[in-house]
Design a protein around this ligand. Structure first.
Ligand code: GAR
Length: 201
């Protein structure tokens, strides 16, 4: 299962996926390519460390969504990688129906809250300010509704009285680093089960 990772930031979740792959814990999934919409993003330096091609891909002309010429560039590049799964690991841009139709049901996103609670930006801060006692992270299939697609899996993080926003953020990240590789591995195993189904009789 060829995986393409899209990210905009430091790439700690992409790193967790690549470390799981190096440890033989990513099932039949292999990271084929990393793309970023930010030319200076930390996620781009991971490729060199792990022997995975990584590149800035111009998302222009929009600032917060991927539509028009930028969307076409991403569709062409991801198609060129032969991607079976597209993983948004901190890709801070809204995907539009054209790209989602090109990879229907194959795009998953990691979000730092227990959706449907706290969609959108600063999800950890939203949970912290609301005073909930549990939060966590979610992997979901991406649909045109932002953070609204079918939930694949979630991990729960308890908010303790001693927590600060910083310690909570660290706990949510740690939960993400375990959840995302585990989900990718499971999805790749699901493909393997399909491959085993009887044929020709
Ligand atoms: C992660 O916490 C991810 O859940 C979040 O961005 C962070 C990326 O961190 N994504 C969103 O908020 C998407 N709405 P990373 O660059 O260290 O992997």
């Amino acid at each position: 299962m060829r995986v393409v990772i899209l990210g905009s930031g430091r790439g700690s979740n992409a790193a967790a996926v690549l470390e799981a792959q190096a440890a033989g814990q990513l099932g039949r999934a292999r990271v084929a390519q990393i793309f970023s919409d930010q030319p200076e993003a930390g996620i781009l330096s991971l490729g060199a460390q792990h022997g995975v091609p990584s590149a800035f891909l111009d998302p222009a002309p929009f600032k917060t969504k991927l539509e028009g010429p930028g969307e076409e560039r991403y569709i062409e590049a991801i198609t060129g990688c032969g991607a079976d799964l597209v993983v948004l690991a901190g890709f801070m841009r809204v995907l539009k129906p054209r790209l989602l139709a090109a990879f229907a049901g194959k795009v998953i996103n990691l979000h730092p809250s227990l959706l449907p609670s706290f969609p959108g930006l600063d999800a950890v801060g939203q949970a912290w300010r609301r005073g909930v006692k549990v939060t966590g992270c979610t992997v979901h299939v991406v649909t045109p509704e932002v953070d609204g697609g079918p939930i694949v899996d979630q991990a729960v993080v308890r908010i303790d009285p001693a927590d600060t926003l910083e310690s909570l953020t660290a706990k949510v990240h740690a939960a993400e680093h375990a959840l995302l590789p585990a989900v990718i591995a499971r999805l790749s195993e699901a493909l393997r089960i399909e491959d085993r189904s009887p044929r020709g009789n």
